[in-house]
Design a protein around this ligand. Sequence first.
Ligand code: NAI
Length: 427
Amino acid sequence: MTTAPAISSRLDDPESARETGRAKIDWAFEHMPILSALREEFDANQPLAGETIGMAMHVEAKTAALVETMADAGAEIAITGCNPLSTHDGVSAALDAHESITSYAERGAEGEAYYDAIDAVLAHEPTVTVDDGGDLVFRVHEDHPELIDTIIGGTEETTTGVHRLRAMDDDDALEYPVFAVNDTPMKRLFDNVHGTGESALANIAMTTNLSWAGKDVVVAGYGDCGRGVAKKAAGQNANVIVTEVEPRRALEAHMEGYDVMPMAEAAEVGDVFLTTTGNKNVITRAHFERMDDGVVLANAGHFDVEVNLDHLSELAVSEREAREGVREYELADGRRLNVLAEGRLVNLASPIGLGHPVGVMDQSFGVQAVCVREFVANREEYAAGVHNVPDELDIEIAEIKLAAEGVEYDALTDDQAEYMDSWQHGT
Ligand code: NAI
């Protein structure tokens, strides 16, 4: 049932694409001590021998390091993108050149082509799925249920994907075990907070060439990503305004010193708007109508549903590419609103689109790699449903990272350990 050809057959000059991709992957690997350590262990022990891994992820250099680590562990791998604009074709071509890897990812593949590539991955009959956003798991259940019996388990990288999986699980519709990689501390507290904070702001600044200092920056959603974005924007001397729907998060943002207000009010004061909610229709017609001339709108949530671009197109009298990656919508009264990266996640889909810093992704992908190893080693221990990443695996990744950074830390004495475990010690 292969329905899309691999990337190499679709490029005009696959050889030069591969070279560019190879250089990017090698650079990433050099700065990924966790995956490098795991790669050595995997190469020696072959923990994934005989397995086929199907992947739908942002196909760029750091992801490629994860893919090659798992290939060196003995697995066959088929991969495609999880967002139409985040694929780096050179990286995809370099992966496809590996004898154990087939890559179907191509920048710009959307709609039918996007799902054809997912079907092509599934034609390899994966025994493990590695997903970012849930499209692969969802497609298996909807269109290829015959694969479920031979799938040992899956892993999910992002908040939105874990939400979808938990909803499936609640409806008893999830038929194989999946690790919620997103939710584990070594992922969420670093990738979502620092990774999104740094890379979303960097990509907005580079795409627009505007400064943060003195700007009113509206951050929609004060979850892990929102916290990171707000903190880094404040660190660059912006005035941060937060919008929220969850009272404790709104209070947390208020106590952190940010202005908190409904989007209807924030729309009137913001210079830059960045959505990080994982929800739809966060910025709509009513908000566009109140915004100032020249505002910048960007999204860092997984899907391109947070800023309603249909509403904006309906309001606009003209649209043009004001600058690479910046679409300007002119309204009837002459105000111009600028949308970055088509409202897709700005840190990966903007023209530079490097995604998170390499060290942060080393942690996330280190967790991914040990989760896949765990499913293969202990497949009989996991029932269908969403599982938390076992604490010892999360700690394993932290220990490798601390050793690589040369950071030493204390250990509990036996006496302290006994004290912490007992309930008899009181006043
Ligand atoms: P989270 O669940 O921790 O935070 C989302 C926050 O948005 C919550 O506090 C929620 O109450 C709030 N919210 C929901 N609807 C809202 C609305 N209408 N207005 C204002 N606030 C609203 O989720 P997290 O981890 O921060 O992820 C957010 C999104 O970012 C997800 O789609 C996730 O998949 C994606 N993500 C993107 C990354 C990137 O590289 N750009 C990296 C990691 C996650």
